[in-house]
Ligand binder design. Structure first.
Ligand code: HEC
Ligand code: HEC
Length: 409
């Protein structure tokens, strides 16, 4: 485990990533996806995207100097920290929730599992000052760095025409969001078949699984697909019975206590990521609407096969476990009671064993080529298994440029 091996591993990851991603750079618009929505007040430019990439990877924006956005949204792990159940921030502190991928998150209308952030620009400020993520007390250390580091000074001047105290968190967040809007990937075998008409792109089993997804499984009612593209999310919040049983008996006391604390000034972002009970309140913590207790945002299913474990709490290990949970009608263990706030859309499905396997095969057909290759690489112990590869800037730059290749500015 000496330095030479480490170097080899980094080189392997970099080579795999840049090689494969270059191939996809020629693609105009990834098959299966609509154009990325770009807010009028934050237009994309190549320099801003590159600046956002640098900020996303800067570990100096954490209290220990060891954690960047990319620590938990690792480009070599499909922009997650798979296989961690819940994320590890500074000093290996763990939060309450599983890190969702940043891939295609540009299409979401609200951010975080409970939708507590209204856009990507806003989202980017929170992890920096969350005590279990990047752990800064406030944003001042970030501003100090971007206002004094020569490379940042030059870049902010070029991108925003601002310098010194004119550079604020607004510009930092805009650049990060611009970079994230380039992390887009479609072109999965499913897209090639369903939207591209290539009958050979997926197996017969995956095609049968798609039929289960649309009909008997009723998955599509929340994981939506459209005529010309599929985001696999309705951008809404539902209680599907994950995690909420942990607080079920305490809700009558705990929910009002949470609301009082919130009214008294408790920060929701900090509360839900540090207090396991508060986390399970889900969308309720934001909207304070009782029937949204235990509701979470419908995940995209793109690249789901490479981002285990699953759900907001990372409690389901495999896609098979997910299918069993739905098949049981919203309980992981069939002996558990159904929770009081379960979505009306979740009912026992009576799927056969074959139908369950077909559904898993369908979800496995949603992996974009660049991340399918990562999965193959990470199965090999000599390649992308090492977390520290995040630190290397070389694999990161080609990743964003190439993935972004399709996206207009
Ligand atoms: C310690 C790990 C960690 C770090 C560091 C981190 N994140 Fe996250 N990220 C998470 C977790 C966990 C969530 C889900 C939290 C929730 O929903 O309550 C998340 C959610 C997100 C989302 C929302 C995705 C969605 O589906 O709604 C985006 C976007 C994101 N992070 C970007 C960033 C950016 C930008 C940074 C750096 C400024 C960052 N993250 C730093 C773990 C991390
Ligand atoms: C009523 C709406 C609804 C229906 C129907 C539904 N889902 Fe979901 N799905 C969700 C929500 C909401 C989440 C996130 C829940 C959480 O984390 O607590 C989710 C999460 C998932 C995840 C985990 C994604 C990840 O990245 O962690 C998978 C996989 C999944 N669903 C597959 C399916 C399949 C397969 C079906 C059909 C059998 C289905 N869903 C039916 C709403 C739904």
């Amino acid at each position: 485990m000496g330095p030479p091996i480490h170097t080899v591993r980094v080189a392997t990851c970099a080579t795999i990533l840049s090689g494969l991603l270059m191939a996809s750079a020629v693609m105009a618009q990834p098959l299966g996806l609509p154009p990325v929505p770009i807010p009028p007040d934050n237009p994309q430019t190549p320099e801003k995207i590159a600046l956002g990439d640098k900020l996303f990877n800067d570990k100096r924006f954490s209290s220990t100097g060891e954690v960047s956005c990319a620590t938990c949204h690792d480009p070599t792990k499909a922009f997650t920290d798979s296989p961690l159940v819940t994320s590890e921030g500074i000093n290996k502190l763990t939060g309450t929730r599983n890190a969702p991928t940043v891939i295609n998150s540009a299409y979401f209308k609200l951010f975080f599992w409970d939708g507590r952030s209204h856009d990507m620009e806003d989202q980017a400020q929170h992890p920096i000052i969350n005590p279990v993520e990047m752990g800064l007390v406030n944003h001042d250390p970030v501003l100090k760095i971007v206002r004094s580091d020569a490379d940042y000074v030059a870049r902010f001047k070029k991108v925003f025409n601002k310098e010194g105290n004119q550079v604020t968190m607004k510009e930092v967040q805009q650049a990060i969001a611009s970079f994230e809007r380039t992390i887009v990937s479609g072109d999965s075998p499913f897209d090639k078949w369903h939207y591209g008409g290539d009958e050979k792109a997926v197996s017969e089993q995956a095609k049968r699984g798609f039929n289960v997804f649309l009909n008997k499984g009723r998955c599509v009612s929340c994981h939506a697909i459209e005529q010309n593209f599929a985001l696999f999310t309705d951008n809404r919040f539902h209680n599907i019975g994950v995690g909420v049983n942990r607080i079920q008996n305490e809700i009558p006391q705990f929910a009002p206590a949470f609301l009082s604390a919130k009214a008294a000034g408790t920060d929701v972002d900090k509360a839900v990521l540090t207090n396991p009970k508060a986390s399970e309140l889900g969308r309720f913590a934001v909207t304070e609407t009782l029937d949204e207790i235990g509701s979470f945002k419908t995940s995209t299913l793109r690249n789901v096969a490479v981002t285990a474990p699953f759900m907001h709490d990372g409690s389901l290990k495999t896609l098979r476990d997910v299918v069993d949970h739905y098949n049981n009608g919203g309980v992981t263990d069939p002996k558990q009671p159904i929770n009081d706030f379960l979505s009306g859309g979740i009912r026992p499905l009576n799927l056969t064993e074959d139908e369950k396997s077909d559904l898993v095969a369908f979800m496995e057909s949603l992996t974009s080529p660049q991340f399918a290759a990562q999965k193959a690489a990470s199965a090999n112990p000599i390649s992308c298994n090492v977390k520290t590869t995040v630190a290397a800037s070389s694999p990161v730059a080609p990743t964003q440029k190439s993935i972004s290749g399709g996206e207009g500015m």
